[in-house]
Design a protein. Sequence first.
Length: 763
Amino acid sequence: MDFPRWYRARHGYGPFPWQSAFAERVGASDWPAALTAPTGAGKTGVVAVWLWALEQGLQVPRRLVYVVDRRLIVDSTTLYARRLADQSPRSPAIVPMRGGITIDDAWLDPLCPAIIVSTVDQAGSRLLFSGYGVSEKVAPIHAGLLGNDALWVLDEVHLAQPLLRTLSQVASLRSAALPLLFRVLVMSATWDGANALGLTADDRADPVLSPRLIRAKPLEVRDIDADADLAQALVQEARRLRRQGAAVIGIVANSVRDARAAFTALAAEADAVLLTGRVRPVDRDTLIAEYLPRMAAGFRQGREPLYVVATQTIEVGADLDFDALVSECAPLSALRQRAGRLNRLGELPAAPMVIVHRPLSEKEKARRTRESKYGKPAHRIRYRDAAVETRKWLKKHKVRDFGIEAMARHPVLEEPAAASPDLLAAHLDLFSCTSARHGIDPAPWLHGYAEPERTLFLCWRADAGVRTVALAPPVRQEIMELPIWEFRGLDLERVLRWDGSSAEWIDPADARLGDTLVLESAAGGCDRFGWNPRCAEPVTDYGNTAERMRLMGPDDSDWRALARAAGMARPGRVFTYPEGALVMAASESSSEDATRPVLLRHHLSAVGARGRHLAGAVGLPAPLCDAIGQASAAHDLGKLDPRWQAKVGGNPEIPLAKGPRGSDPWLVLPRGWRHEMGFVATIGTNPLVRHLVGTHHGHGRTWFPAVPDRALWRQLGGWASQFQALQQQYGWWGLAYLEALVRLADWHVSKAEQDDETDRTAS
């Protein structure tokens, strides 16, 4: 089916000409380097083009990594992708990555198409073997999948220049040993590089797109004193626009503090909603469900007046539609994005815009150096400096209309990109050594040298305690991302730190970058609109409902059966308590925590077949398919050790691959003993097979845990040099991808074995 018909069947209307032109180029494997359609011209249609090409069997990467550096926009783009995926026979996994923990692992399948919608931090850190919230053992899998068979799309690249530079260097550093695609596509209306695809005369004549381009957005600039109250100035302009007849008015501030102040003033006199990135997803979903029909594009008829107060989180992708807009002055690229929410579909003859500019006061200039010492991000200072340049540019060019076509007639204001380091082989050698703690922060390669906003993650529980948090860990829907300096403004005696496996009470002063902290609900600090340090009311506890299932039943197997019946795809460990039980979703299967025994020979045969199938299906050459098959079929032979068999309930005559428990507790394995380590020390097969067996639990990059067995260590001599040689041959991401095929084959088979009720011990 051609793209226009496919698109119309899924949207109810046809694509814009530039979208069809992009689909034609993708179909001909003639990819542009950039898409330069302006905001409001349907740039998220790149998701539709990718899915169409996938369904047509065209040569496109299986994973689309859509990066947009605004957390709220990650969620709105995810919703669009889900709507398309629900109609697709290919059923791609839809995975948002926006911080916190409990990110869906549905994309961890080399054959499953996936649309990953992510912030710069989440996808970028994973590509560099340093995923935020990802264990060192799993990090190579994420890096391998994101560095191969992947299309990276950077929406509004002015927000992600350092990441673009890093991706370009990744593309040049990848090895040709694996014939897998890796593409980078930039989206920016101000891109001035070569091989760009933008609007044509057909687009400008399109009856739907043309009004969006030509409708006027009359501009007024209000200069206020450096010591004036910015929030109050924004409020005054919003009130004036309301008196002039505008119903739905957007008010955008550069800081959450000013946005909250403006919202408080306006909400006291009229309907208002506050949208910032500092909000729990479950609260945000409630707000969107309540207010979206009153502010979304396509719902203009009959909607009631509303003030929509926001931060720059709405700049990219948000499908909002204002009658008028008031904005704090900001970098020109940011203002153009904000203006994209104004009269978004061109339904009004004109829609006014007001920019309020306040220069830095002498007090602010003296304070900003002091504040940076306490973690207040330097990029905010640069943002204010860029706003000053924007104000000069607006005055110099006498800008009176912020409409798309009107702005295109003015020269481009160059905005310097943040300086960032080169990504060198020496850096990657360290990043990829995930078995060692190298201590390198990937942030400079993602955001540049300037220190990014240092954040942690908060959730609130009415029953916060070490045991209750361990039984019901924090999940994505109840977690808010917050700068450390904001958190330290709360008056707290203690908080719980959750590290992914256990909780401990700590002094709030000991909170670190990236920590997940559990606060008692009585501590306050949050209301239905998000972060509010002045709010002393108890915070709603979503720990019993968000992405979690509590069931009743007599034993573990019944709990899992009930969980499956209720829709949980992969029920795992069960924790019981007097009122019922908590069924956790399974992730990586553990041989020692298995719920039913599995014969070793059955397991090795199934994993070997699965590994060879994966390697062939992704298009690897025959020698690599053979190596993957051999490694997959031998990965657990180290479990023949009698001590390990005793631990899981097997014996030398009927060895098990997995088992619930053993009856010989006196046969204790040495601390740090690894079954894969014991096996690879005894085999002399080809280096790649040996490496893939040795690393199938995430160890061995570049060494194994220390064990009290000197003879075994001597047998492993040369392991590090072998690892280095294989990385040189297959590349950093190539070797990680080969490891991922073996490990995911094992995970897939292990899951099936535990889900299947068949007796796996029968000969």
